[in-house]
Write a protein of this length. Structure first.
Length: 480
């Protein structure tokens, strides 16, 4: 029997499978398609997602394959006009080492994650779509369209907005059409003489047939590739995703001619929706990523929220499989549904804005936390308003010369003493809990902080009294 069956090899499924593999969990990742998704769709990685990818050991490869976001340039027909930065730009700091979004096509992100999964001993079974699903008290039985049957202790639906698994479970989605006007997205290779410099993200907001955005993408072969996003003013329009149709659209709405289009690498059409699954769990089956929440592309939140789902769920599944209480899995839905609901509201607001919205801190996902979670225990009283609390993201830093993200990195919990004597910290199993002592540090103040495997503070106190009991209840150390 497999420990975990993961359905869908997009960013969600790949992150989940890789992190499970890192934790020694036997996971099977199946994908209906014959290979990885080929397009740019989710092209921006927010700061918190970059922190997750640092922990997973792939951020260097991600940074090498991507670039900073370019400056926006507005056009009126063939005349270039106003330029501005869509993203607020910040300098790296000790607490926030990756402060800005990073531009990388989704296909390249998936290639990097797939390579990491293989390094960890995992693989994707392509050409294996799920057709049937049943569960009982001890596991899940899945039927695949390659004729095989898989028996697993748990299953995770990471199979996208049209999730087969969600449909088989009978879980509904509550939401709305954000914009009834159809949209087309495509990856387009242009000729060297195409009159759109790679230094800018070009926008034609007043094109008669609908707005066009044309964003340069980092290309592994050095070619000039752009992501086209075009909206249609006519709600009844039927987007033509053929190469000829894409070239004709660009010629009619932008400064490009059809001859400037060398190749259309990928194209798709959609209508912007926002929807949230009514539940993220049914027994032994969990929903993650687009299977659980569907976003407008505005604000670049869909892929990033999906990666956070996977990282929240993976360590909990691994812990329960290793003997932690089943109740730990209840916290996945408790923690992630409110987060997804809030982010859906942000994406929808940005999409419907009639003027360009400066993309700031609310999109970086650094402020997301779980203060109200049943897993969170804050034992200190009368804290200042801006104090780091249990449930918050654990900041990076180098107090005493030790980089905290490196101390947190890996599948373990971290018991962090800040400005307290090392002897005041209990001795714990070094494999499951790493104990670290550092001098007082502004981001934390002083005290004892227990950092979860996904980088959030689970427990906090002035001293360590009570932390062993917390770990025992969570099934991390003996006694729970």
């Amino acid at each position: 029997m497999t420990d975990v069956l993961v359905v869908g090899a997009g960013p969600t499924g790949l992150v989940l499978a890789a992190d499970l593999a890192r934790r020694g969990v036997d996971a099977l990742l199946v994908e209906r398609a014959a290979g990885l998704f080929p397009g740019s769709r989710g092209k921006g990685l927010q700061p918190r997602t970059q922190e997750v990818l640092y922990d997973l050991g792939v951020l260097d490869a991600i940074r090498a394959a991507g670039t900073e976001y370019p400056t926006m340039r507005m056009w009126e027909g063939a005349e270039p006009g106003q330029e501005w930065d869509m993203m607020e730009r910040s300098e790296p700091s000790d607490q926030v080492p990756f402060p800005d979004g990073w531009l990388i096509p989704q296909a390249r992100t998936q290639e990097v994650l797939h390579a990491r999964l293989r390094e960890l001993g995992g693989e994707v079974r392509f050409g294996a779509g799920l057709t049937g699903l049943a569960q009982d008290a001890s596991g899940v039985t899945a039927e695949l369209d390659d004729g095989s049957t898989v028996r697993a202790r748990y299953a995770v639906a990471a199979d996208g907005g049209r999730s087969t698994v969600r449909g088989l479970l009978g879980i509904g989605m509550t939401g709305e059409t954000v914009d009834a006007k159809p949209m087309l997205v495509a990856d387009v290779r242009v000729t060297d003489d195409a009159p759109v410099p790679d230094t800018h993200w070009h926008v034609w907001p007043k094109a008669a047939e609908g707005t066009v955005a044309f964003c340069p993408l980092p290309s592994p072969d050095g070619g000039r590739v752009f992501q086209l996003v075009a909206q249609y003013a006519d709600e009844s329009a039927l987007p033509d995703t053929s190469p000829a149709g894409v070239a004709k659209l660009l010629a009619s709405r932008t400064v490009l001619s059809e001859e400037h289009v060398a190749e259309v690498l990928w194209a798709s059409d959609f209508r912007a929706r926002a929807a949230l699954a009514d539940r993220f769990r049914s027994g032994r089956v969990f929903l993650a990523g687009d299977a659980a929440h569907i976003h407008s592309p505005a604000g670049g939140q869909g892929l990033n929220t999906s990666v956070q789902d996977a990282y929240n769920l993976s360590w909990k599944l691994a812990a329960v499989l290793a003997g932690a209480p089943q109740s730990l899995l209840d916290s996945y839905e408790e923690e992630r549904i409110p987060v997804a609901a809030d982010i859906l509201g942000v994406s929808t607001r940005i999409h419907r804005s009639e003027t360009p919205v400066k993309r700031g801190g609310e999109l970086r996902q650094l402020g997301i936390g779980y203060r109200e979670s049943a897993l969170t225990e804050e034992t200190r009283a009368d804290l200042p308003e801006d104090a780091l609390r249990a449930g918050d993201r654990a900041p990076d830093g180098r107090p005493g010369g030790l980089r905290l993200f490196d101390a947190f990195r890996g599948p373990h919990w971290t018991l962090l003493g800040v400005g307290v004597e090392g002897a005041a910290l209990p001795t714990l199993d070094g494999e499951s809990v790493r104990t670290v002592s550092v001098p007082a540090y502004e981001a934390y103040g002083t005290g004892v902080f227990l950092v979860r495997p996904d980088g959030y503070v689970g427990w906090a106190g002035d001293a360590a009294e009570g932390v062993v009991e917390y770990l025992a209840q969570a099934g991390v150390v003996a006694g729970g």
